[in-house]
Design a protein. Structure first.
Length: 230
């Protein structure tokens, strides 16, 4: 935390202050915006699964030492970081935001199902967790990018509203995951997580128009203008 704080102090450039001071309930009011609210719901469903992985998967790594469990999540974190910083932007440029997001969510769903089927096989659970990190990295970057691009809402307000709704998924995931495992089994914990991602995919498909970034809109306009000139 100290290194992170020093990095912010010495490396982060000054951020311009908002044009106007945000009202106390500005974040709540921002959720009236259908675009931000829809993306927030998708993020809530996705983050439910994010914390199901973090909070419950370690209980399935029976027989692994503390260090081995640490290495599993170290691998998960490394792949998540690589995908977030390096892979997501390149895939987004080669395809588009919508396609890349669906790829990330789709393969994350596969990882959850694999973990669910093999919940009593610690090695396969570990493999599923590590690979899931890569696809979570794609989804993290793309959802945040799209949520912050809102022409009618200031960035700081959009960030607070988006964070509020997605963190709700984080809050309820550990409790729900444990209750499902207690009532049925660990297998069903991850099947339920997979269902949440499936619902999220359906939300994305229903709201495809919201997953076009400003950069992609500019490219489309340039292509149209180019065709008209020809």
């Amino acid at each position: 935390m100290f290194v992170a704080a020093m990095t912010i102090v010495f490396l982060l450039e000054p951020i311009a202050k908002p044009v106007k001071k945000a009202r106390f309930f500005a974040g709540a009011d921002a959720l009236k915006n259908h675009r931000l609210r829809s993306i927030g719901i998708i993020a809530l469903l996705y983050n439910f699964d994010f914390f199901t992985i973090l909070a419950y998967a370690p209980f399935l790594l029976v027989g692994l030492t503390e260090m081995q469990v640490g290495f599993v999540f170290f691998g998960w974190g490394i792949l998540l970081a690589i995908a977030s910083v390096f892979v997501a932007p390149r895939l987004e440029q080669k395809a588009n935001t919508l396609t890349t997001l669906l790829i990330g969510l789709g393969f994350f769903l596969v990882c959850l199902v694999v973990i669910g089927i093999n919940a009593d096989q610690p090695v396969l659970v570990a493999f599923g967790v590590i690979i899931a990190g890569f696809f979570q990295g794609l989804v993290n970057t793309l959802l945040t990018t799209v949520a912050m691009e809102n022409k009618t809402i200031e960035r700081n307000v959009a960030s607070s509203a988006y964070s509020f709704i997605r963190f709700t998924g984080w809050a309820i995931a550990p409790f729900v995951a444990g209750k499902i495992a207690e009532k049925w089994s660990a297998h069903w914990t991850f099947y339920f997580a997979g269902l949440m991602i499936l619902i999220g995919i359906l939300f994305v498909l229903r709201n495809q128009q919201y997953f076009i970034t400003a950069e992609e809109e500019e490219k489309e306009i340039e292509m149209i203008d180019g065709k008209e000139l020809l």
